[in-house]
Design a protein around this ligand. Structure first.
Ligand code: NAD
Length: 484
């Protein structure tokens, strides 16, 4: 897309300078497609390679930087995010489409993530052990991995970049950050804050642009010693294959088809609220969304009735309208994909209880009514593939054992939830659900920032993100032997 008609190109940040690109992309508001938020630089291969070279050159210095310097910079970034949270959240809601309240929550979370890793910088530690050989001592220490590439998706435009950038810098790595094409505005504001925080040049670089150009150039660069990726399974596989070719470490956090089990003894209000939140909030565009609601016979009809009523009552509208509870889908491609899945489920014989159609609002946007299907079969495509929209299905289960087997009947394994009053079933589910994160009497989405995040099976490859576990990915271990 050309930059004509834009409001001045927002440049990339490479080697301590703002660098415009040869072309730019218009950032369109999905709540009102007439609203062009701005034109953002689209880097090519040359700019990406310049950023990688800068990160490589800066590595030696930053990897030995004093921990207090790292603490102070990360602290400052967190402070600035929180000080500018209204501005950032408004940008996030405007370009991604989640409602302002959710955008604000995500922005605050990003600020706190930087604060968490500011503290971690002062807590870097190792081990000292005696050797089995007399007179020899051993130190086991953690060192940074090198220049790292961070590739992020559009659905959490500040939280996911924050939970990759903060630990990368905390542990002494240098960064090339490539945000998703649909959400450059939030990434740019975050980078503006980081650019002012006092990092030496080249330690942090922002390269906006298409995945097949910028992302591919990052995957092709042997200088990048690790790639942290979040996005679709298809791209995750490309990241994995390229990383193996270069003998580099990688982590890939990908999709989900997360089950929420509701047992006969569940609190009906709590269970329907958990399902409503998990399935539809953030327009269902969360990798942790509850897309399969697995409900046992005794509560099934009451659950379906109450959830249908609550789903139909949700107010869909522009992200910045305070009355909206559900914002638009992110773009036309995603809307078409959601509608194709809805049509497919109808054809397969699923019973449409709510939604299923686009919603007309005062502004032209990608509004889709939250959609609930019942009487679905585990083999239906709608129960096998990630839709990534406000679409959920109900599956009927005979009893707890049947519900657990339906929950685990998926190639994904990100989160799994259960609503029950039974301690025995809750305990059993925590141990036997095949997922990286398990929730009891809570929505499957909505996690803390100071504990590990990630999945099993087809949802994740590599070590966990977030909390102290981030050190597993962003550091490498050194064992030193000393004869006294
Ligand atoms: P995507 O895979 O299309 O894009 C993700 C990123 O990869 C973008 O920055 C994109 O530009 C880049 N990319 C695309 N092609 C590339 C290539 N050939 N080489 C290198 N980079 C490339 O995913 P998306 O549509 O932005 O995000 C939605 C997906 O993300 C969903 O599947 C969702 O479940 C998943 N997701 C997972 C988590 C998690 O932590 N598990 C969190 C959020 C989103």
């Amino acid at each position: 897309m050309s930059i004509e008609g834009g409001v001045g190109m927002k440049p990339n940040w490479i080697n301590g300078a703002w660098v415009p690109a040869g072309s730019a992309r218009d950032n369109i508001n999905p709540s009102d497609t007439r609203d062009v938020i701005g034109a953002y630089a689209e880097a090519g291969r040359a700019e990406t390679e310049a950023a990688i070279a800068a990160a490589a050159a800066a590595f030696e210095g930053w990897s030995h930087s004093p921990v207090e310097q790292r603490h102070d910079i990360l602290r400052r970034i967190g402070d600035d995010i929180l000080a500018r949270k209204s501005e950032i959240a408004e940008m996030l809601a405007r370009e991604e489409g989640k409602i302002l309240r959710e955008a604000l929550g995500e922005t605050e979370r990003a600020g706190r993530i930087f604060h968490f890793f500011a503290g971690e910088a002062l807590r870097l530690s190792g081990e000292m052990l005696p050797s089995v050989r007399p007179g020899v001592g051993i130190e086991v220490t953690r060192e940074p991995v090198g220049p790292v590439g961070l590739i992020t998706p559009w659905n959490f435009p500040i939280a996911i970049p924050a939970w990759k950038i903060a630990p990368a810098l905390c542990y002494g790595n240098t960064v090339v950050f490539k945000p998703a094409e649909l959400v450059p505005g939030t990434a740019w504001l975050l980078s503006e804050i980081i650019a002012k925080a006092g990092l030496p040049e080249g330690v942090f670089n922002l390269v906006m642009g298409p995945g097949r150009v910028v992302g591919q150039a990052m995957l092709d660069a042997p200088e990048l010693r690790a790639i942290s990726f979040t996005g679709s399974q298809a791209t995750g596989r490309i990241v994995a294959e390229a990383s193996l070719r270069h003998g580099r470490r990688f982590q890939a956090e990908m999709g989900g088809k997360n089950p929420l089990v509701v047992l006969d003894d569940a609190d009906l209000d709590l269970a329907t609220d958990a399902a409503l939140d998990g399935a539809f909030f953030s327009t269902g565009q969360r990798c942790t969304a509850s897309s399969r609601l697995i409900v046992t016979d005794g509560i099934h009809s009451r659950f379906v009735e109450m959830l249908t009523e609550k789903t139909r009552a949700l107010k869909v509208g522009p992200a910045l309208d305070p009355a909206s509870q559900i914002g638009p889908v992110v773009d036309q491609t995603q809307l078409d994909q959601d509608l194709a899945y809805i049509e497919g489920a109808r054809r397969d014989g699923a019973n449409l209880r709510a939604g299923g159609e686009v919603v007309r609002c005062d502004t032209p946007g990608f509004f889709l009514a939250p959609t609930l299907f019942t009487d679905t079969d585990p083999a239906m495509r709608i129960n096998r593939e990630e839709v990534f929209g406000p679409v959920a299905t109900v599956l009927r289960a005979r009893d707890y054992d049947h519900a657990l087997s339906l929950a685990n009947d998926t190639e994904f394994g990100l989160t799994a939830g259960i609503c029950t009053g039974s301690l025995r079933h809750a305990q059993h589910f925590k141990r036997h659900a095949k997922a990286g994160m398990v929730m009891v009497n809570l929505p499957t989405a909505g996690v803390d920032y100071h504990v590990p995040f990630g999945g099993t099976k087809g949802s994740s490859m590599g070590p966990r993100e977030q909390g102290r576990y981030a050190a597993e990915f962003f550091t490498t271990v050194k064992t030193a032997y000393t004869r006294a």
